[in-house]
Ligand binder design. Structure first.
Ligand SMILES: [Fe+2]
Length: 678
């Protein structure tokens, strides 16, 4: 290989800077041509790019990318990630700047990626030059940073295969319509036969086997860009759906999915539903999102990793107690970039393959201007937040109980999982769609009213009502004002009439707990009380997405609006995290766990007025309104005032740690510009 210096000396020699005799001009010219050709070829030929291993085994957790021989490296040069390898240069999944390597200035270096999802096609990596003078703010990502133009490719790696396309991936559970059932869904690269085998104990000879349904969707079904464009679309594989039946209540079952011919998943386990249990445990949050280990078109949610980590800690502490997850909208934040869904399901699999994972629809799952069932008042509210997915990945990849279905509007699979309910132990859980009409007379309103009417308060003394866009929040969300007005007019009377205990919302990426409230009036301002006749509203959109306008004034942003804390707002937290719900027949406790330390930062407990051993009390409550003074008085409650000071300190610490962590992640990237997005 010629060095740049050596090439320069040779050129000097043949272009007269040396003392060569004029008679040798013909020879000089030939030599010049030879050297020029060598020099021109050098830049293209000597830059190498490798990605290893070429095939990741089940234990390989990293991909290493190495390059060398890059002349005049520039701070914006990058490696782009592709799958399938036939993708055009500008249809990359994402990219990494070479300056993430300490040796990049020497024209060589190494970058690593954690194991990437099995996209059922190989990956390939390509190295591009990106001269600083060529970046443009006309082609930008969601953070308003320039996107690579993919014009100057200088090296291509070999293909990297992650797993077997036929292997079952993205396994996740959900409750089904019957108490003695559990649904399992998973993805394979082909639609061939797959089954579910399950049983009590790990001994497979005693296991039952059930078949599966299989569905998929196509690029033409997507409603808009980027979901239907070559940039955003990737083949989603085939989604399998199996129903385990005849389960005994409250027992740990083991299962695996796949087939003898195409291979099996690992063996997972779950604790079956127990509708007669005297305890209910759930982990609830909204707006979780996905961590993606490279820069892509949208900002992704690194904080979601912490949320999953702490919930896993809690699950391990549960032992054989049944519990489930509730993720109330804005799920993966794929927004039309198909492979982000694959990252998401890989990320939640450690939870969702071992515990039911329940969802409702958020604006980032559907929101699309031509939504055929958009209410009139939603003009100006419902927009393009779904990235053209129009609910199809959400509807095919998840299957919740119930049968609520509406046409998507473009001939693709129907939109499902809109509104449904189920009992879990002592709590009746209701899920609504804030993306669907809910005013009096609508199908959804009729469902919600009938569902709340028939709740057996003896069996489930508590009702938890959930939807994505909040009815109460002290954040700005001025775009949603008309929607909130409709919710207050049509839904709040339902919640009050039927004694809903807790109403949970997402969309605002913060935690905020309101007092038990009716038409903006507080019925109780403590954190431990007998159900007073109206629900507490809690915003729990702090799962991972970090776009949010602030509440408090900032001296360096004097023009930003300020959102003071109203009287009815009992607690506001800006830290990422989730909520834990634990309910017995006597008491429902909701706690807010912060991600920086996994500790509880807020808590409220609501007493039903029932005592589990007292059947008379239970009968008295059945079907009747619960109000202050009715039923058994609560015992002397534990108060949590003492945690206030340490909580504030912990929150400040959490902000600092989170900020520093994000800064660290942003090394060798564009500096994100804060914006509002929910
Ligand atoms: Fe949202």
């Amino acid at each position: 290989m010629l060095t740049r210096h050596a090439t320069s000396n040779l050129l000097d020699a043949v272009t007269g800077k040396s003392k060569m005799h004029p008679e040798n001009s013909h020879l000089s010219f030939l030599l010049f041509l030879a050297v020029a050709a060598l020099a021109a070829g050098e830049a293209a030929a000597v830059t190498t790019l490798t990605a290893t291993p070429a095939k990741l085994t089940s234990t390989d957790q990293q991909i290493t990318i190495r390059w060398s021989g890059l002349l005049d490296p520039d701070g914006l040069d990058y490696v782009a990630i592709y799958s399938p390898p036939s993708s055009r240069d500008f249809d990359f999944l994402g990219y990494l700047f070479l300056n993430g390597s300490a040796t990049w200035r020497q024209g060589s270096g190494e970058l690593t990626l954690p194991r990437l999802p099995n996209l059922r096609t190989p990956y390939q990596f390509r190295l591009f030059r990106w001269p600083a003078k060529e970046y443009s703010y006309h082609h930008i990502d969601h953070d308003r940073n320039p996107l690579p133009h993919a014009k100057h490719r200088v090296a291509v790696s070999g293909e990297v295969v992650v797993g077997d396309p036929a292997h079952p991936e993205q396994v996740h559970l959900a409750f089904a319509d019957r108490d003695d059932e559990m649904r399992v869904m998973f993805v394979c690269g082909d639609g061939g036969k797959r089954v579910v085998r399950y049983g009590l104990g790990k001994e497979e000879t005693d296991w039952k086997e059930v078949g599966t349904e299989v569905r998929t969707y196509e690029q033409k079904h997507m409603c808009d860009s980027p979901a239907n464009s070559s940039v955003g679309w990737r083949d989603p594989g085939f989604v399998f759906d199996g129903l385990m039946k005849g389960l005994e209540p409250g027992k740990r079952y083991f299962y695996k999915v796949g087939s003898d011919s195409e291979g099996w998943s690992e063996t997972y386990s779950f604790v079956s539903r127990d509708s007669k249990a005297n305890e209910t445990i759930a982990f609830l949050f909204g707006d979780l999102g996905t961590y993606v280990p490279y820069i892509t078109y949208e900002r992704t949610q690194a904080e979601s990793l912490s949320t999953v980590k702490w919930i896993l800690r809690d699950i391990q502490a549960l032992g054989d107690k049944p519990a489930f997850i509730s993720h109330i909208g804005d799920i993966s934040y794929a927004r039309g970039y198909s492979w982000v869904w694959d990252h998401f399901f890989n990320q939640i699999e450690p939870i969702a393959a071992n515990m039911p994972y329940h969802v409702c629809i958020g604006n980032h799952e559907y929101d699309w201007p031509l939504q055929p069932w958009k209410p009139l008042w939603a003009d100006g509210i419902y927009g393009t937040d779904g990235g053209g997915e129009c609910g199809i990945p959400y509807s095919v990849k998840f299957r919740m109980p119930g049968s609520s279905i509406l046409p998507t509007g473009n001939g693709g699979p129907d939109t499902r999982n809109l509104y449904y309910s189920f009992d879990s132990g002592v709590v009746h859980f209701v899920y609504m769609s804030t993306e669907t009409n809910f005013v009096q007379g609508s199908d959804q309103y009729n469902f919600l009213k009938a569902d709340l009417e028939k709740v057996n308060r003896t069996r489930t003394p508590f009702i938890v009502f959930q939807g994505h866009r909040p009815m109460y929040t002290s954040s700005k969300e001025s775009r949603d004002a008309a929607l909130k007005q409709q919710m207050l007019q049509h839904l709040e009377p339902l919640l009050v009439t039927y004694n809903v205990t807790v109403a949970l919302w997402g969309h605002v990426h913060r935690y905020e707990r309101f007092c038990p409230v009716k038409n903006f009036q507080c019925l109780n301002t403590s954190s431990s009380f007998l159900y007073p006749g109206a629900p507490i509203h809690v915003v729990i959109g702090m799962g991972g997405q970090d776009w949010q306008s602030i509440w408090q004034p900032r001296p360096d942003h004097p023009d930003d609006p300020i959102f003071p804390q109203p009287e009815r707002s009992m607690y506001r937290g800006g830290e990422f995290g989730y909520t834990r719900l634990v309910a017995t027949r006597e008491k429902l406790t909701l706690t807010y766990v912060g991600n920086h330390d996994g500790q509880v930062h807020d808590m409220v407990e609501i007493f039903s007025g029932l005592v589990s051993s007292n059947n008379h009390d239970a009968e008295m409550m059945d079907g009747s309104k619960l109000s202050t003074g009715v039923g058994t008085k609560p015992k002397k409650f534990p108060l949590y005032m003492g945690i206030g000071g340490s909580v504030i300190f912990a929150l400040l610490l959490g902000f600092s740690v989170g900020f520093l962590a994000r800064r660290k992640n942003d090394v060798a990237q564009w500096t994100p510009v804060k914006s509002e997005e929910s």
